[in-house]
Design a binder for this molecule. Structure first.
Ligand code: PA5
Length: 446
């Protein structure tokens, strides 16, 4: 069984012909991705990655994960953007919802750092690490990103004080590119075990490289199943570019058709909280890939039913520029029903005996109908279950659809030139050597 795209609830907004009018364009983009001839073609290593993943790397990641599991209660993953969101998306989707409170954890708790500059965040983390055994992976493809570099400097200090330099060196793993960047140099000098991020895979497409795989393995999840899911989706994609048979090209066509009809914001909807970070990963993938040159669908996210009590009002009746894409999970992993109460004080006996998932499912259907009525088209991605295999499918599905969508929008989906603007200003404000002129200019503005 594969994930499916259901566009039944876009029917009021889009004619079938309109969706099919994208087929010709999609065919061109599909082949240019497979043949690596389009814009940004030096960043297409992710396209064949699932089928070409090096088994030796997987084994060495699994072996290392086993070692870390034995000596660490906490595994700190330092990285930002594509260097942390994929791992976090998968780990949180698969973990116990209250993992941090469980006493019988066989695997280290994976904690993220370097994804912000909050002083309190890192100071709080150090307080915890004072009393726990831990190991670190520092992930930065460029090896020069400020947020993870700052966090790593602080944590390196801490871990060296705690364990001594030699033992600390054995508890630090670097994941970076093969040649450039300060991190690679530092890792070589210090003798850290290092994994390489391939040159032709950008951060947000890197979850199936050691960037995502090491943290996921340390958290105790099955890499082979994750990769198998991605591989099956890759194979499905290779069969045809037809919108009727390929869910990735269908999704790319429908979202672009909606965008052309004034639906400028796509909201990824989940109905279970452990998918929160999957949405964050998706937001980065689509936002950074498409939002450029004054174009691009704005990717937003909501967590239902919680957000029906906050954002629901806006979605139902606010500006009509929205469409929703729902991650519709068909089968929960656990089992819980609403109990019967013979006095029925809360009047809930009418759903007694029903599984919570069934109630959630009714909320999903009811919401889709209400929102469609209110002018919000609804794409449904049907996912049989949340497990490694289907997360692997979803990862490849969204990556491929994103690349095709970006090409339909006539942008390069593999660069992120806009991210530099804030960095340059920040370096100027902080007085980084080499930014003297910018520093002089910017200080006059504040
Ligand atoms: O998708 C991307 O390329 C970015 O989000 C990067 O992952 C992010 O900026 C972190 O970069 P780096 O891994 O070089 O530190």
């Amino acid at each position: 069984m594969n994930i499916k795209v259901n566009i039944q609830h876009t029917g009021n907004f889009l004619a079938v012909d309109e969706i099919h009018s994208y087929q010709h364009d999609i065919d061109r983009h599909y082949y240019s991705i497979l043949k690596k001839t389009g814009k940004g073609n030096d960043f297409l290593g992710w396209v064949d990655l699932p089928s070409e993943i090096d088994e030796a790397i997987i084994s060495s990641i699994e072996h290392l994960a086993e070692k870390i599991r034995k000596k660490a209660e906490i595994f700190v993953v330092i990285g930002i953007g594509g260097s942390y969101l994929g791992a976090r998306a998968v780990i949180e989707a698969l973990s116990h919802n209250f993992q941090f409170l469980k006493k019988d954890n066989k695997n280290p708790l994976v904690i993220f750092a370097g994804q912000n500059l909050g002083e309190d965040y890192l100071a709080d983390l150090l307080e915890i690490l004072d009393h726990k055994d831990y190991a670190i992976t520092v992930i930065s493809k460029s090896g020069t990103t400020t947020e993870p570099a700052v966090a790593f400097r602080i944590l390196k200090n801490h871990i060296e004080k705690k364990y001594g330099k030699q033992e600390a060196g054995e508890r630090i793993i670097a994941i970076t590119d093969k040649g450039r960047g300060a991190l690679k140099k530092l890792a070589t000098e210090e003798g850290y075990q290092t994994f390489i991020v391939p040159d032709d895979i950008g951060g947000r497409y890197s979850v199936l490289t050691p960037v995502g795989l090491l943290p996921i393995a340390v958290a105790g999840f099955n890499l082979k199943k994750l990769i198998k899911g991605a591989r099956d989706m890759q194979e499905l994609n290779l069969q045809t570019s037809s919108i009727e048979k390929n869910p990735m090209t269908l999704y790319a066509a429908v979202r672009n058709a909606l965008y052309k009809n004034g639906k400028l914001v796509e909201i990824l909807v989940n109905y279970q909280p452990n998918l929160y970070f999957f949405t964050e990963w998706w937001k980065q993938l689509y936002g950074e890939s498409e939002g450029k040159e004054g174009r691009g669908i704005f990717p937003a996210g909501v967590n239902f039913t919680s957000d029906l009590h906050s954002m629901g009002q806006y979605i139902q009746e606010g500006q009509r520029i929205l469409f929703e894409t729902v991650l519709s999970i068909e089968k929960p992993n656990k089992n819980l029903a609403v109990p019967t109460d013979k006095n029925d004080p809360d009047g809930l006996n009418y759903i007694a005996g029903k599984k919570l998932h069934e109630v959630n499912n009714m909320a999903e259907i009811a919401t889709a109908l209400a929102h469609v009525d209110g002018g919000v088209p609804n794409i449904r991605i049907q996912v049989p279950q949340v497990n490694e295999y289907y997360l692997g499918q979803l990862i490849y599905f969204f990556e491929m659809a994103c690349a095709i969508s970006g090409y339909i929008l006539k942008v390069n989906p593999f660069d992120q030139p806009g991210v530099e603007a804030y960095k340059n200003n920040m370096f100027a404000l902080l007085g980084k050597p080499g930014f003297e002129k910018e520093t002089e200019k910017i200080r006059k503005l504040i």
